[in-house]
Design a binder for this molecule. Structure first.
Ligand code: SDX
Length: 429
């Protein structure tokens, strides 16, 4: 029998049920609160509010733990691939050989865009941000695949999920080629997921681009580490849109828009801009740290801090080590990596950051790794979106499979004017 929470309000005592998750995290179930008391709860930024129960990803922010369907991210980073991890997140288990083969075949069969979608790219100005193109083109898919409008059964969901996961890569590559005035390169069925993406991004009709295994592996790791992260801003957005029974592509397009913000997925691009500014100014990082602590400076140490992690983001640890290895393997130096290391050292020794438990998050080093791979800065958040797609699809499916589907519709506390009446223009002040 779960323990009860007691709420003492206006001389009355109310009892509310509690819920305990499989890792022991606890919640007060307030679904009857308003009926019982007439009160709602208020929680700015939802820092204390669970929007759902989910079996996909577990994070322990105090201990810096991240597990996809129970498997630690550190194990998946070494032993798995992005596509296999995507299957794990979406279907809840690691695929058998036949399951993996079918999933891979579906990704290949669905890797090309509908030919009519290509014309949309002609309408975008060359200066268009690829995240704008990505969200627009994902949503436009619903126009070319009318079957998407129907709520999917399991068989059609499997195809829709594979199409979205496969085509997000093609749309991203075409957006990049458009921005550079380069011809589109169609995916090669013989190439696996990440290699095909790099081929579509960087190859040329006369084929001079060399697919280096260490570069392919590095980008595959970036995708894998971004694959899901419980109810972050963009995933919650996907769930919000999906709760109205909008289709998978419309829900994912909304997720792309939420991810774009510099406080969320846009942080990886903001980190590199910050490091480049520090590098150009000749600052060894200390001046910037001082500014980042000053609320009036308008500066933040981008790539630092997290709503859930009050310890080192385990993904940041993995990416930091992988960046070092990739630069060494490619026999390359990056002055921004040295600056990032100095910033981290300075911040982790500074009481402002220590007291607020601000540590490097996934975005602090991911940009360094993507620079080493050759990804242009304006495409960094697009890489995040490709990586996060399995998580969005998994959350969409989890919500779809729920027996009792309720549209997400939060309440509010109204603080506007009390009743007043219409005034003709001559009486207005
Ligand atoms: C991602 O949710 C997820 O899981 C997201 C993500 C995912 O995989 O989906 O992990 C990906 O979005 C990572 C976060 C990327 N964003 C950044 O790196 C931007 C910089 N970070 C911050 O803006 C901030 O830390 C957030 C947005 C990440 C978290 O914001 P919170 O939880 O609302 O924290 P807050 O703004 O209330 O900060 C608490 C205090 C404040 O100071 P005080 O009012 O207590 O004096 O810490 C300060 C903040 O001013 N603070 C920072 C800071 N982050 C927080 N001060 C300087 N630099 C920072 N980076």
């Amino acid at each position: 029998m779960s323990e009860k929470a007691q709420l003492h309000l206006n001389g009355k005592v109310y009892e509310l049920p509690t819920v305990t998750g499989s890792e022991g995290e606890k919640a007060v179930d307030i679904s009857t609160l308003r009926d019982l008391t007439g009160y709602i709860t208020l929680d700015d930024g939802y820092g204390n509010t669970g929007s759902c129960s989910s079996a996909i990803t577990f994070i322990d922010g105090e201990k810096g733990i991240l597990r996809y369907r129970g498997i630690p991210i550190e194990e998946l980073a070494v032993k798995s691939t992005f596509v296999e991890t995507a299957y794990l997140l979406i279907y809840g288990k690691l695929p058998t050989h036949p399951e993996k083969a079918r999933f891979s075949d579906l990704l290949t069969e669905n890797e090309n865009l509908h030919e009519g979608m290509k014309h949309h790219f002609e309408g975008f100005p060359p200066s268009s941000h690829p995240m704008a193109m990505l969200s627009a083109m994902i949503n436009a898919s619903s126009c070319f695949y009318p079957g998407l409008m129907k709520s999917p059964d399991s068989e059609s969901f499997e195809v829709q999920a594979a199409r979205l996961l496969s085509q997000v890569r093609t749309i991203a590559a075409f957006s990049y080629r458009k921005s550079r005035g380069l011809p589109f390169l169609y995916p090669k069925p013989a190439y696996k997921y990440t290699a095909n993406f790099l081929y579509m991004m960087f190859s040329d009709p006369y084929g001079s681009y060399e697919l280096k295994p260490e570069v392919v592996r590095a980008l595959d790791l970036i995708f894998l580490l971004h694959a899901d992260h419980e109810q972050n801003c963009s995933t919650s957005t996907v769930r919000m849109v999906a709760s109205s029974e909008a289709n998978l592509f419309a829900s994912a397009a909304a997720g792309v828009c939420a991810l774009w913000g510099p406080l969320h997925g846009g942080a990886n691009q903001a980190v590199i801009t910050m490091l480049e500014e520090i590098h150009a100014s000749g600052d060894d990082g200390r001046r910037f740290i001082t500014a980042a602590k000053d609320k009036n400076s308008g500066k933040r140490l981008m790539g630092f801090g997290h709503r859930v992690y009050k310890n080192y983001d385990p993904r940041a640890k993995i990416i930091k080590a992988a960046s070092d290895l990739l630069l060494h393997t490619l026999n390359r130096e990056d002055p921004l990596l040295d600056i990032a290391r100095k910033l981290e050292e300075a911040a982790l020794g500074d009481s402002y950051f220590v007291e607020r438990k601000l540590y490097p998050n996934v975005d602090f080093y991911s940009g360094i790794m993507m620079r080493a791979i050759g990804i242009p800065t304006e495409m960094f958040t697009v890489m995040f979106a490709i990586g996060r797609m399995p998580g969005w699809i998994a959350n969409f499916k989890e919500l779809l499979d729920e027996r009792r589907k309720r549209i997400c519709r939060p309440r509010q506390i109204y603080i506007g004017p009390t009743e007043r009446h219409y005034l003709p223009p001559e009486q207005r002040r």
